[in-house]
Design a protein around this ligand. Structure first.
Ligand code: SAH
Length: 248
């Protein structure tokens, strides 16, 4: 079981697989007023940067589940590197339908809400693992500017304009699902650059090391076209944020 190999190639050097920066991840941890010993569940935990740094900085414990074998291995190494291997564990597996045995203080899914069929389904899934008074974290894109056409939305790698909402509508949608939005930390374009532009050097170096790989053509094509596509579309139109929710 694994995610499509192209992501394990293009994001192999990422610690955070989202437009949020280490600084903003720290801002989020502080904003949530995490108490030492609080438990965190992270579905689609990637390379584990959120759990590992929050374990170090706030004394939380946690479990992360991710379908990428590579990212899960990197998360385990990061936990050792930060001295928190006894506080966090990382499981390689499918997070779809995953409910924790013991309820948690924070249940999160940052940038992987397809795991449960979208934002509403993911909130419902996370809610099943949540302690009374706990917080759900959802990391999700929104439109900074509404694309004028579905073609522009597609150039942002969405299927259509209706994939995402504008920020006020996204916030309202959480209310319609019965949740208060109690905090948020939004990415900015510099954060998008860290996520997207970091792929380019990784791709370039991978191409030099793997010229005959079956994915070399695809990676070459992406490296050639991505900077311009990203600057014209994703960087201009897409926002991204983490939203902290508590049931009303
Ligand atoms: N939350 C992490 C990773 C976001 S990228 C971070 O912010 O850094 C999306 C992640 O979802 C990837 O790590 C990918 O491997 C993982 N993923 C995709 N489908 C999954 C599934 N069905 N179950 C668990 N993880 C999945």
């Amino acid at each position: 079981m694994d995610i499509p190999r192209i992501f394990n190639i293009t994001e192999s050097a990422h610690r955070i697989h989202n437009p949020i920066t280490p600084e903003k991840l720290a801002t989020l941890g502080a904003a949530l007023r995490l108490e030492s010993g609080a438990s965190v569940l992270d579905l689609g935990s990637g390379s584990g940067e959120m759990l590992c740094t929050w374990a170090r900085d706030h004394g939380v414990t946690g479990t992360g589940i991710d379908m990428s074998q590579l990212f899960t291995e990197q998360a385990k190494l990061r936990a050792v590197e930060l001295g928190v291997a006894d506080q966090v564990r990382f499981i390689h597996g499918d997070a779809a339908g995953h409910v924790s045995d013991e309820k948690v203080s924070v249940a999160a899914c940052l940038g992987a809400t397809w795991i449960a069929g979208g934002v509403a389904g993911t909130i419902a899934l996370l809610a099943r693992s949540l302690l009374t008074g706990g917080i759900i974290l959802i990391g999700e894109p929104y439109w900074r500017q509404l694309p004028p056409t579905d073609d522009v939305a597609k150039a942002c790698l969405a299927h259509s304009i209706s994939d995402f909402l504008m920020l006020p509508e996204l916030l309202a949608s959480f209310g319609q699902l019965g949740y208060d939005v109690v905090e948020m930390v939004l990415a900015d374009q510099d954060g998008w650059d860290r996520y997207e532009a970091a792929k380019w050097l990784t791709m370039r170096r991978w191409l030099e090391a793997n010229p005959d790989d079956e994915l070399a053509k695809e990676v070459r094509a992406q490296l050639t076209s991505e900077p311009e596509r990203y600057a014209a579309y994703t960087r201009e139109y897409l926002g991204w944020g983490v939203f902290a929710l508590m049931p009303r």
